[in-house]
Design a protein around this ligand. Structure first.
Ligand code: SF4
Length: 305
């Protein structure tokens, strides 16, 4: 269900280049963004790697602020969550851009989408998101479809309002965030489903353009806050489905997070730039579940089968 047409006050505004947090001037007109481990140095007039943050006259702006490219009401199981508010609806929104570039991205129309005209997407003030979620009888608000971190200024403003109505905030995220930003953002997030792309630095480097270590640090950070955490591992045949990699992932979860964190193994389909692998066979997901179970994990779910 697309709600874009149902919010009567949704206007167009070009003043929406909200001030960004988490950056410093480089002293030469450039902006050093510290929101995620990519640490972009962004020259005057340019945007960062994620496409959501732009240097305008020496100041970093969030060009995604208030501009959701997709709004839907979803079952919470679709995020996926198996053990957080089961059976409820979640008000779901996402925008353009991502701070990783996964060659196999299953949602590249948004993650690689760009803001080409600041007036193309109507502006939704944070209170409009909250009011719409309440009106639609959703029990949570999810930042999903693209990476929530890259428009965290907006997510935080929505979250602070949602707290006043006791509506939980959900992130469906790649966990590629700097420790300093995570310190400020995570306390406002009630539940997260973090992606595990593949349990090796080589996989992250070759398939996502990112790195694994900061992802693991962020997952641990969130877990230590006592928030509800689930992890999703998209299984790509021949790339991240070896017994060794799956066992290493399961053992890390058991050792660092314990046996009760829900883990989702989900099936890949060929998409975006990586079209070489076949759809993930059902037997591969069943194998992943057995390996995780043998390692001692107790809440294992399979998706897209
Ligand atoms: S959030 Fe975007 S602009 Fe900032 S460092 Fe990450 S990719 Fe670069």
């Amino acid at each position: 269900m697309n709600l874009n047409q149902q919010i009567p006050d949704a206007g167009t505004a070009s003043e929406l280049l909200a001030s960004a947090k988490w950056w410093t001037p480089d002293g030469k007109g450039g902006a050093d963004c510290s929101l995620c481990p990519r640490s972009c140095r962004i020259p005057e007039g340019a945007t960062g790697f994620c496409g959501a943050r732009k240097n305008v006259s020496g100041k970093l702006r969030s060009i995604a602020y208030g501009r959701p490219a997709a709004i839907h009401i979803d079952p919470i199981e679709k995020k996926p969550f198996a053990e957080f508010l089961p059976g409820t609806k979640t008000f779901s929104l996402g925008s353009f851009g991502c701070n990783l570039e996964c060659s196999f991205c299953q949602n590249h129309h948004l993650s690689r989408g760009t803001f080409t005209n600041s007036d193309e997407i109507p502006y939704y003030a944070p209170d409009m998101i909250l009011m719409s979620a309440i009106k639609a009888r959703c029990e949570s608000i999810s930042f999903t479809y693209n990476e929530p971190i890259i428009w965290a200024e907006y997510a935080l403003d929505v979250a602070k309002l949602a707290k006043t109505k006791k509506i939980p905030i959900i992130f469906v995220s790649n966990a590629f965030v700097s420790p300093r930003a995570a310190d400020e953002i995570f306390p406002f997030v009630d539940a997260a489903n973090f992606d595990m792309k593949g349990f090796s630095e080589e996989f992250y480097s070759s398939m996502t353009g990112g790195s694994l270590a900061p992802v693991l640090d962020s997952i641990l950070h969130f877990h230590k806050l006592g928030k509800h955490l689930e992890i999703c591992n998209l299984i790509i045949p021949g790339k991240n489905d070896s017994d060794e990699m799956l066992a290493a992932f399961a053992n890390w979860v058991l050792d660092k997070l314990g046996p009760h964190v829900p883990i989702h193994f989900t099936a890949y389909h060929p998409d975006y730039k990586f079209l070489k692998a076949p759809n993930t066979p059902r037997d591969t997901l069943i194998k992943a579940k057995k390996i995780a179970n043998d390692a001692g994990l107790r809440h294992i779910y399979l998706g897209n089968i």
